[in-house]
Design a protein around this ligand. Structure first.
Ligand code: B4P
Length: 213
């Protein structure tokens, strides 16, 4: 099964993708994670990507499609979860072509619906362990009282460089301008499955499980 998790920044795409990996042996392809890895490499491409991400803009289609193309060459496991990809119509067309070339297809597009107020609240409360990248959130999963990461014991936590109000405003504008047209695109293909992303993390996961069967 190949699925897309579609939704605005902070809708919970990454959160739900990690749950699906645990439960269904699927492979998470997060373009956000791939780009954060590229930026930390310190290469020319990585530095270019860092500046775009920090400003809250979308990285070029060419770079992002290239990253996904590489990953599709590898193991297909229990199928792919495209987390945060595609984000433009050009990326959606490219994904359709790539899947066809690999003799597979898309099974569902989960549209995670969350209002802007909740997105801002979630993103401004997010921090990650500097050592292992485990995600914490002041509202849903606070950093343990002993100040140690529950996953690796690390004691340093950081905010993502693009999780500030100014960059978030741009991320939301980019979403409504360039990504939200994908809702109509996938609806027309009969693939769109809207899900209420406002509940607790496990409630949202249960709704997604119901949709996927
Ligand atoms: P991403 O890394 O995709 O991340 P995101 O917008 O933060 O969203 P996500 O929905 O995954 O949030 P999360 O689960 O963590 O993108 C970052 C940047 O990379 C983009 O701005 C862009 O520059 C670039 N990029 C990525 N893909 C690209 C592409 N295809 N093309 C071009 N550029 C691209 O959830 C957020 C917070 O909410 C967390 O703290 C979480 O704990 C919390 N949360 C989750 N579910 C919750 C719930 N149900 N209730 C309460 N809190 C919840």
């Amino acid at each position: 099964m190949n699925i897309i998790l579609l939704g605005p920044p902070g809708a919970g795409k990454g959160t739900q993708a990690r749950k699906l990996v645990e439960e269904r042996n699927m492979i998470q392809l997060s373009t956000g994670d791939m780009l954060r890895e590229a930026r930390s490499s310190g290469t020319e491409m990585g530095n270019k990507v860092a500046a775009i991400m920090d400003a809250g803009q979308l990285v070029t289609d060419e770079i992002v499609i290239g990253l996904i193309e590489e990953k599709l060459e590898g193991d297909h496991g229990g199928g792919f979860i495209f987390d945060g990809f595609p984000r433009t119509l050009a990326q959606a067309d490219a994904l359709g072509d790539l899947l066809q070339r690999h003799g597979t297809k898309l099974d569902a597009v989960i549209e995670m619906q969350v209002d802007d107020e909740a997105l801002v609240q979630r993103i401004t409360a997010r921090s990650t362990c500097a050592d292992c990248g485990e995600v914490y959130n002041d509202n849903t999963k606070p950093i343990p009282a002993d100040g140690k990461c529950a996953n690796c014991g690390g004691t340093e936590f950081k905010r993502r460089a693009d999780d500030n109000e100014e960059s978030l405003r741009t991320r939301l504008m980019e979403y409504y301008k360039k990504t939200s047209p994908l809702i109509g695109y996938y609806y027309a293909k009969g693939d769109l499955k809207p899900v209420n992303g406002l509940g607790e993390i496990d409630e949202v996961a249960a709704e997604i499980a119901g949709v996927l069967g």
